[in-house]
Write a protein that binds this ligand. Structure first.
Ligand code: PLP
Length: 446
């Protein structure tokens, strides 16, 4: 089912008739609480191209939220999945173990930051990984408090809803939430009242004094941070902030947990975003891109912390499913062999170059930010107030969708356009997608 020409081609208006028919069936069959960004139904994919049920070829600039980093239907992943499916699909690792699970843990221990002795455990989703990281940190420290930050996103289960900052749509009506979660200010340079220059130091000073007064250092089990925030708006913390937090944890016996669910596995131009400042987290939560498109998640970290919970205390029926492990090993093999971290850096340079041109003509682009192939623009009212413009953001995203480019929004204020192409995307497709973004901005502002 590979695509003949790897290019954007539209045969119908989007969504086409076959997609529209499916949209009707979706409304009749699927809970409206699971909303869709657009009603364009996918038939197959190839690299960075998605082919819909009407035969339109779309450029994927979202990768199913940073998952399809090795591309859609990557031959190595397809082969590994088929081969494993024919062997066996499930035993439950805790009942009858198998080599793939162990091999994935070895790869995680090898590629996550730091040369210390590590252990890993596998799960099904990013939220489950974050929950387990918190469980492990509590068991290891004998403490309960967890510090999370403004604009954070950690998932939709009960504990991760408590850890997530934004109420709409993630928490509305879903309480009560888990206790012992404390929220601190994020070092968000673009919106820091004292200015970007002083952001890291002031945010950290506020953190230390608020933790001292409101929580007590000795009660902190873990500080949990996305090294670049994802759903919250691709917020790159002010330089130094991540290292300051990690050092604070070391000084106070707390576990520093990096939620690398979105940033991990080459997305930001390093294997893990923590590496950029040389930070070595005590625990790293991963998911999204690691399974090559199949559901797989992990917690990796210092052996003495990972081995602290009681035997049998971690696990689950499906965690580390053998097909997901086979897919992950194939995907990680591609990341290694094809230097996808290096590729992410070059994609990032190309995208930021084009975004710079766009920002020069549209003052509505308040900031361009990100790292590697994780880039975004924050869209504001161009009157010097930095007022978020969610309506313009929505219009630009709709223009991209109509033209056959899958582009995602994010941000606490709904005013960020994020770019997360597969890391195997060719230059011509990046250029075409950026042309479409430019056309969509021009149209929305006309
Ligand atoms: C997506 C995401 C999660 C949740 O992962 P799921 O697999 O959707 O449960 C957690 N943290 C971050 C940073 C994410 O981007």
């Amino acid at each position: 089912m590979s695509v003949v020409q790897r290019e954007r081609t539209l045969r119908t208006a989007l969504p086409g008739p076959a997609s529209q028919a499916l949209a009707g069936r979706r409304r009749a069959a699927v809970s409206s609480a699971v909303s869709v960004g657009n009603d364009i139904y996918i038939d197959h994919g190839d690299g960075a191209i998605l082919v819909d049920v009407d035969g339109n070829q779309l450029i994927d600039f979202g990768s199913g939220i940073a998952v399809a980093s090795v591309g859609h239907a990557a031959p190595a992943v397809v082969a590994a999945v088929s081969e494993q499916a024919a062997r066996f699909t499930h035993t439950c690792f805790m009942v009858n173990p198998y080599p793939g699970y162990v091999e994935v843990c070895e790869k995680l221990n090898e590629h996550t930051p730091g040369g210390h002795e590590k252990r890993s455990a596998l799960f099904n989703s990013g939220a489950e990984a974050v929950e387990n990281a918190v469980k492990i940190a509590r068991a290891a420290t004998g403490r309960q408090a967890v510090i999370a930050f403004d604009h954070a996103y950690h998932g939709r289960t009960n504990l991760t809803m408590a850890l997530t900052a934004k109420v709409q749509p993630y928490k509305d009506g879903f309480g009560p939430f888990a206790p012992e979660v404390y929220r601190m200010g994020m070092a968000y340079p673009y919106r820091w009242p004292g200015g970007a220059e002083r952001c890291a130091e002031e945010a950290f000073a506020e953190f230390t004094s608020r933790v001292h007064v409101q929580v007590g250092e000795d009660h902190v089990a873990a500080v949990l941070l996305e090294p670049i925030q994802g759903e919250g708006g691709f917020i790159v913390p002010a330089p130094g902030f991540v290292s300051m937090l990690s050092q604070w944890c070391a000084a106070h016996g707390a576990v520093f947990i990096a939620d690398e669910v979105q940033t991990g596995f080459c997305r930001t131009g390093d294997w893990f975003a923590s590496e950029f400042e040389g930070v070595v987290p005590d625990l790293v939560a991963t998911a999204k891109a690691m399974g090559g498109g199949l559901p797989l998640a992990a917690v990796t970290g210092r052996a003495e912390i990972m081995d602290a919970p009681v035997a049998g205390g971690l696990g689950g029926t499906f965690g580390g499913n053998p097909i997901s492990c086979a897919a992950a090993l194939a995907a990680i093999g591609m990341m290694e062999a094809d230097d996808l971290a290096g590729r992410a850096q070059r994609i990032g340079e190309r995208i930021t170059g084009r975004l710079g041109e766009l920002a020069a003509v549209h003052p509505q682009i308040g900031e361009i930010r990100g790292r590697g192939a994780m880039q975004a623009v924050e869209v504001v009212v161009p009157d010097g107030t930095k007022t978020p413009d969610a309506a313009l953001t929505k219009a630009v995203l709709a223009g991209c969708a109509r033209r056959g480019v899958v582009m995602l929004g994010c941000g606490t204020f709904g005013n960020v356009i994020r770019m997360l192409p597969p890391l195997v995307i060719g230059d011509a497709l990046v250029e075409d997608a950026m042309d479409v973004l430019a056309e969509s901005f021009a149209e929305a502002l006309a």
